[in-house]
Design a protein around this ligand. Structure first.
Ligand code: AKG
Length: 321
């Protein structure tokens, strides 16, 4: 059975003029110049099985076990199935400590800083690289997704030479919330002349238009995605417009993935995401995506206010509209 695909609640038009599958770049591995050329040409590089699947699945288990402590995963099912729970312990938990514990997990770090991931970024950036000190492990419940944006305005206070890597932590079928990116959007003059010059915090950016057809017509060509397997890695630049398919899992499976950023060690780092004391988007907040929809106004789709003990202070979705 073909499952319907939606993004931001809009059904995706999957006719061949508007939709396609990510092209793989595995055959370019080992040829640094060819990798850089393909990145400049496509705006992304997709690798099948770059990472050992057991490394990725160990990270999956590590993170889902922590979500099960909050009740976000229902462990009456096997934990690695990631079936959504009722989240009964979220309200009382210290989410600051929780989020730090997810990000600093040994198995999770073994994925984001794996030598094969580092080698690809070194090839693309032409020298020794480091990952940003902050990492974005993403737990996406059924019904949730991610709005359209480019990473540049969120990451550009140090250098602009940055590559993002989106890594599925487990298999992710399209209808379970795969990443969606817009072909040729990295060449969009419209983006370059406006949006890409912004600073997300200083300029109070929200997600771009939610309608995939409007977004496509303004900024690029076909929407691209695929069914991901553990071990796959999708790299893209700061100018590539992307978002996600909504998680429409018919069995209530949560989507688990990671996004991390890489830059050369000899270039200045964005202080929002690097250093001893990371403040992200400021205020007393933690990276805890989902739980409502605010069009990312004041970053609330991804960043949640917490009190002095790290407890969630959820803003009312309706008040924000
Ligand atoms: O995984 C998602 O839903 C969005 C990821 C993303 O925006 C990114 O990798 O920059």
């Amino acid at each position: 059975m073909t499952m319907r695909l939606t993004t931001n609640g809009y059904e995706l038009d999957t006719s061949p003029e508007r939709f396609g599958v990510l092209e793989t770049a595995d055959e370019l591995l080992g040829d640094d110049a060819a990798l850089s050329e393909a990145m400049a040409e496509r705006g992304y590089l997709f690798f099948k099985g770059l990472l050992p699947s057991e490394t990725v699945l160990a990270a999956r288990h590590e993170i889902l076990t922590k979500y099960a402590i909050l009740g976000e995963i229902d462990d009456r099912h096997p934990i690695d199935d990631a079936i959504a729970g009722d989240g009964h312990a979220v309200a009382d938990a210290n989410l600051r400590a929780f989020s730090e514990s997810v990000r600093s997990g040994y198995h999770y770090r073994s994925v984001t800083d794996h030598e094969r991931v580092t080698a690809v970024h070194e090839a693309l950036l032409g020298g020794p690289v480091r990952s940003f000190d902050f990492r974005w492990p993403r737990f996406v419940r059924p019904g949730e997704g991610c709005g359209f944006h480019c990473d540049g305005p969120y990451m550009n206070r140090g250098t602009s030479r940055i590559v993002s890597s989106w890594i599925p932590l487990g298999g992710i079928r399209r209808f379970e919330g795969s990443l969606l990116l817009l072909e040729n959007s990295h060449r969009s003059e419209r983006l370059h002349n406006g949006y890409l010059q912004a600073d997300a915090d200083a300029d109070g950016l929200e997600w771009l238009d939610a309608d995939p057809v409007v977004t496509q017509e303004k900024y690029g060509d076909r929407w691209l995605t695929t069914d991901f397997e553990p071990g796959d890695v999708l790299c893209f630049g700061m100018h590539t417009l992307h978002g996600a398919l909504d998680n429409l899992s018919p069995v209530g499976r949560c989507r688990l993935s990671s996004d991390s950023r890489y830059q050369r060690i000899d270039e200045p780092a964005d202080p929002r995401w690097n250093g001893k004391r990371i403040e992200g988007h400021g205020g007393s907040r933690v990276f805890y995506p989902g739980l409502g929809q605010w069009n990312n106004r004041d970053f609330q789709d991804e960043w949640k206010d917490v009190d002095e003990r790290g407890r969630l202070e959820l803003r009312d979705t309706m008040d924000q509209r």
